[in-house]
Design a protein around this ligand. Structure first.
Ligand code: ATP
Ligand code: MG
Length: 557
């Protein structure tokens, strides 16, 4: 994906963050825009992160700036290299390229020096309270906090204790370094927040070098400052942290980037929290982080969503200061729209019913022309085999059809897509009365789908030649991943979110496609070849159905 192509998509209206950027460029406050995307490598990225990625990388691209990738790795017990690799893969797949790649841990020495500086300035102190005591003494929105008895330790004592914290002389959690700000501040984040904690955990990059780790608040702003970030874009929950972000930069006398908050993306029927997604993975409810039902980037990639569709979606939903929940149908709309333009059409029968053409010359195979994509004539045609034994969809036959059923029924005629008209002459059942086969006749004059006598059929159904069919497994995702438990009101895993069909029949062109291959199964929807495919038995995931519920909703409004 060329950068220019990504840039061309981004010509929509200006959100409040882009307006700020433009004002800053116009006023000369900044001449070069520098943003960053700062994931914590404690899980896989989800669609919410895609919004932040599109925003940070998008702004840099649109205004000729740069965007760094910075791993916010200050929490060694939860972070892993596996996640670092996966995050990079996902960003690249979305079509973005970072300028520089950093880790917050690259700055641990500098952060330590800055902590010492604040101690020397009388603005930080070592506190012997436990975590529990600290939160008890912090007060709440109606009561001010109570000052720690250690708050007025001398600079010398603080320097000595902090050095010994670093040297590993004290047990985990026994002491912290705190900023000396204001225990009565109406903003609880300003009530002497913890800057460093003692924690013996092997860090994915610095190993066992450190047994004290800086807190997010003592890390993020300074990292932004070092990297000369012009617009530090984050989600709304950090709005109350902004005064602290600024306090650290100002009291250290370093460049103070501007933090700007926007609302997180929420989507119906799913959850955007690495912690909750990890739970689904660990409980075995899903096939892993990349289960096609997961809202992770790797999950929707496996499902067949395209980066183009995700970028367009992110652009459409815009950026605001108000939390909201976006309908999953809007994301599906963009996926459908893109796949409609690019995906080849093929035929697949998911729940097969055998059809025997009784007047077909035994052993004969006819190769019929089929258009690959009516939206892209340049994609040409292919030939599909037609023979005396076919499969059609069980749903496309009814023994006693209601009035408006225009598909196959006893004595009725239907068009086979790209093929002939067939007429159902006999229904074959097993001992239990289940329909196991239809005996039909075909009209040789209707090859290609038109009757020379002008006779019309109302229905066209898809089919696959039995002798040529590729056996496949198809995974459908008929319901959302999560449903609300009526009693608790909590979002619960929905076991009906997946349906596996193992007897599917595909047209032969699909015998050797690679995982990641996307196509439209005619009349059914868009599908994507799964990595669980084995030679001779491909597995396909339902990407999105053909039905456009979102467009219908829009029309109603
Ligand atoms: P989670 O709650 O899923 O763990 P997080 O915010 O802890 O998410 P980070 O890795 O810290 O995850 O996030 C990296 C960046 O992505 C941050 O700037 C964060 O604000 C942004 N981000 C995370 N979730 C969303 C979301 N749902 N919508 C928009 N941006 C998000
Ligand atoms: Mg986080």
């Amino acid at each position: 994906m060329a950068d220019a192509e990504v840039r061309n998509e981004n010509t929509g209206s200006k959100d409040f963050i882009r307006k700020i950027v433009e004002e800053d460029l116009a006023s000369g406050k900044h001449t070069d825009i520098q943003t960053r995307f700062p994931p914590e490598p404690n899980g896989y990225l989800h669609i919410g992160h895609a919004k932040s990625i599109c925003l940070n990388f998008g702004i840099a691209q649109e205004y000729g700036g740069k965007c760094n990738l910075r791993f916010d790795d200050t929490n060694p017990s939860k972070e892993e290299d596996e996640y670092v690799e996966a995050i990079q893969e996902d960003i690249e797949w979305l079509g973005f390229h970072w300028d520089k790649k950093f880790f917050a841990s690259d700055y641990f020495d500098q952060l330590y020096e800055w902590a010492v500086q604040l101690i020397k300035d009388g603005k930080a102190y070592v506190c012997d309270q436990t975590g529990e005591e600290i939160s008890q003494m912090r007060g709440d929105l109606t009561r001010p906090g109570v000052e720690s008895p250690d708050r007025n330790r001398s600079v010398e004592e603080n320097l000595d204790l902090f050095t010994r914290m670093k040297n590993g002389e004290f047990p985990d959690g026994s002491r912290t370094l705190r900023a000396k700000i204001d225990m009565a501040s109406p903003n609880i984040n300003m009530r002497d927040p913890v800057m460093y904690r003692i924690l013996r955990a092997t860090h994915h990059r610095t190993g066992d070098k450190w047994c004290i780790y800086p807190m997010y608040d003592f890390t993020h702003g300074q990292c932004d400052s070092i990297e000369k970030i012009t617009h530090s874009i984050c989600t709304l929950e950090f709005e109350n942290h902004r005064p602290l972000y600024n306090w650290f930069c100002q009291n250290l006398g370093i460049y103070n980037p501007r933090q700007i908050e926007f609302a997180r993306l929420n989507l119906t029927g799913t959850v955007m929290s690495k912690r909750l997604l990890l739970k689904l993975v660990n409980s075995g409810s899903v096939r892993g982080w990349d289960d096609p039902r997961m809202p992770t980037i790797c999950g929707i990639r496996r499902r067949g969503y395209t980066p183009e569709a995700i970028r367009k979606f992110c652009r459409t939903i815009g950026v605001s200061k108000v939390d909201s929940c976006v309908d999953m149908a809007l994301l599906e709309f963009h996926v459908r729209e893109h796949l409609n333009a690019v995906a080849p059409r093929v035929m697949a029968v998911l729940r097969p019913l055998k059809v025997t053409i009784t007047n077909w010359e035994p052993g004969k195979v006819d190769y019929l022309d089929a258009v690959n994509n009516p939206e892209r004539p340049e994609d040409g045609t292919r030939q599909i085999p037609f023979s005396g034994e076919l499969f059609i969809e069980r749903d496309d036959f009814m023994e006693e059809p209601p009035k408006k059923f225009f598909r196959l029924a006893p004595g009725k005629e239907v068009r086979l897509r790209w093929g002939y008209f067939i007429k159902c002459e006999e229904v074959v059942k097993d001992a239990n009365g289940n329909i196991i086969e239809l005996k039909c006749t075909y009209d040789p004059e209707t090859r290609g789908g038109q009757a020379p006598d002008g006779r019309k059929v109302k229905g066209t159904i898809h089919w696959v030649s039995a002798a040529h069919a590729v056996n496949a497994e198809v995974r459908l995702f008929p319901e959302p991943l999560l449903v609300k438990d009526e009693e608790t009101g909590m979002a619960d895993f929905n076991p009906r979110s997946e349906e596996v069909l193992t007897e599917c029949k595909l047209e032969p062109a699909l015998a050797n496609v690679e995982p990641g291959y996307r196509c439209q199964f005619e009349r059914l929807g868009y599908f994507c070849c799964d990595k669980d495919s084995i030679p001779g038995k491909p597995v396909f995931n339902s990407t999105v159905t053909l039905k456009d519920t979102w467009a219908k909703e829009q029309k109603k409004n």
